[in-house]
Ligand binder design. Sequence first.
Ligand SMILES: Cc1ncc(COP(=O)(O)O)c(C=O)c1O
Length: 365
Amino acid sequence: MIPFLDLNEVNAPYLKAIEEASLRVVRSGWYILGNELKSFENAFANYCNAAYCVGVANGLDAITLILMAYEFPEDSEVIVPANTYIASVLPVAYLGFRPIFVEPDPFTMLLDPERIAEKISSKTRAVIAVDLYGRSCEMEPIMKLARQHGLKVITDAAQAHGAIYNNKKTGSIADATAFSFYPTKNLGALGDAGAITTSDEALAEKIRYLRNYGSLVRYKNDYQGVNSRLDEIQAAILNVKLPFLDLENDRRRAIAARYLSEIQLENLILPPADRINDDAWHLFVIRHPNRSGLIAYLDANGIQTNVHYPLPIHKQQAFREFYDMHLPITERIHEEVISLPLNGVLTDEEVIYIIQTVNQFDYQQ
Ligand SMILES: Cc1ncc(COP(=O)(O)O)c(C=O)c1O
């Protein structure tokens, strides 16, 4: 069986360095907010071409802390893509704001800049642009529109470390960008971890307070913060893996390029091929009207797939107040998407086998 993602294999080349780094932290006696975190924050800010990076506990908290730091009024609305992972939207609801769902571009499946303007009201304060599957949103029109209406732009780049848009790295474009280093991500820790990048000094400073109970000096609390810190062991592991992120992404790009040029199957829709070397290819998401048939066929032929995601947010029990919303593009995407294995440890033989197997799928199956 070709697994969708084997984390043992992904981390194998780094194992020795990870063991050494972890042991160094264990022996240091300093486990929270120390030098490993400082050095990762500097390195990741540098990697993203952002002025500041603040490490936090996970990607969900990264989005939450950005929204908290902006201190929007209570009845604020935040524009969110309807096609995304639920973690992009939970922070909006958690803080008492109203998520305003926007249908995606049917081709890229990402937030459609053309559909944002009609959703802006006097209560709108921010747009969350999610670089889903590893591809940057169309940031130029999104930033332009946001500037015209005085809105903040937050990028959720949990899936897009190293993605590029118009020669700029994700993490350096929006007002603030949230990253997750969940173990399956392009840059994955061995536990939960996240970060925020921004070029707004005041915002970075405020998030440093908020992630630590609202405090920078022990027992002096300037804000009502939370506990959301990226611990030293995870930071040390990320310090080991970050220097290889571009190499890992290049391997993903090479595999994506092969899939895009060699997968040929009637009724199958491939992801956009216009930015092969700029997208981070966290996921390779194809669409097929007979999804269950294709998944069962691939499984029977030893290829494990995944669905990102099977049920849209507005159809989830957690967001039942939005259940009656009609979002046909989003709903159709959720019925048709399949993620093929795509990661840095797939061999050429496996890639060829996946291509040949997909190409031989019989629609009637
Ligand atoms: C698009 C997106 N946003 C946010 C998150 C949340 O990240 P985390 O799991 O680190 O909280 C994830 C990943 O889980 C994600 O894929």
